[in-house]
Unconditional design. Structure first.
Length: 276
């Protein structure tokens, strides 16, 4: 998030940690009661008009409405030194302009076989990177759109490794190479940055009794089962006074700005449902 606020009165940028701290200070000024650090472990919606949030320490907070924005956790591979290279910034889970910066004309790897991985590979190749696309399936078309797979196969900077698994990360302070296994044979590939697109798991385990899709992402408004609400409000879940925004929501766009907009719209919906 560093450096994104050039037009908003923060010309030098702001880190995610700084932004969160400033947001909390602003909330306290408006009289918000903050529980931190504290984990939410359950949701009681037995009373439709008074949903109750259950905290890890046993506290039960009775509310008139709940907005869930607990997000999703990007999946990580169980490989030695993963956390080390993640902390040094050599492993990324997105391919935004900020994520790609500094990798121009460098050898990189993209892990994953869906559209997001294919789009990341093309974005990196456009910047002159030598891209190793590591895919577990036998061909790209298994999970990727045909037009995208065709572009990848035709691009001279992208090398596709199908039936392949990432096994090892190598380097000193920063990533220098990866080891990939394909049908029992290992190959060492130069790699300065690793872009991982193997999916995410929603932090929705605590939302007991709320409708989700097959992957656990919370269903809202138009995605709700037929007949759940007469006319569902924006970001309303299967419980009329519980709303979900951001990455936890089924069908969400995984972008910070989008999540902020969803949060603002959900607050407006909260006012509507509280007004009856």
């Amino acid at each position: 998030m560093e450096g994104f606020c050039a037009r908003s009165g923060i010309p030098a940028g702001v880190s995610g940690e700084q932004l969160a701290r400033l947001a909390m200070i602003q909330a306290l000024k408006f009289g918000v009661q903050v529980y931190a650090p504290c984990a939410v472990v359950g949701l009681d919606v037995s009373d439709e008009l008074r949903p109750i949030v259950e905290l890890e320490d046993g506290t039960r907070i009775e509310t008139s409405a709940v907005v869930a924005a607990t997000g999703a956790r990007y999946r990580r591979l169980d490989i030695a030194r993963w956390a080390e290279f993640e902390q040094s910034g050599c492993i990324r889970y997105a391919a935004t302009e900020l994520d790609l910066r500094g990798y121009e004309s460098q050898p990189v790897a993209v892990v994953g076989g869906a559209n997001s991985a294919g789009q990341a590979a093309l974005s990196l190749a456009v910047r002159g990177c030598t891209v190793h696309l590591v895919v577990r399936s036998a061909d790209l078309e298994a999970k990727m759109s045909a037009y995208l797979a065709d572009r990848i196969h035709a691009h001279p900077q992208i090398h596709v490794h199908t039936r392949s698994t990432l096994r090892e990360l190598q380097g000193d302070d920063t990533l220098a190479a990866i080891v990939v296994t394909a049908e029992g044979e290992c190959a060492k590939l130069d790699c300065r940055g690793l872009f991982c697109f193997i999916g995410a798991d929603p932090a929705s385990d605590w939302m007991t009794g709320i409708a989700t899709d097959d992957d656990g992402f919370v269903l809202t408004d138009s995605r709700l089962p037929t007949g759940t609400h007469q006319a569902p409000l924006p970001f309303q879940t299967s419980a009329s006074r519980v709303f979900a925004v951001g990455d936890i929501r089924s069908g969400s766009t995984k972008r910070v700005a989008t999540a902020v907009g969803e949060g603002a719209a959900a607050v407006s919906a909260v006012h509507t449902v509280r007004a009856g």
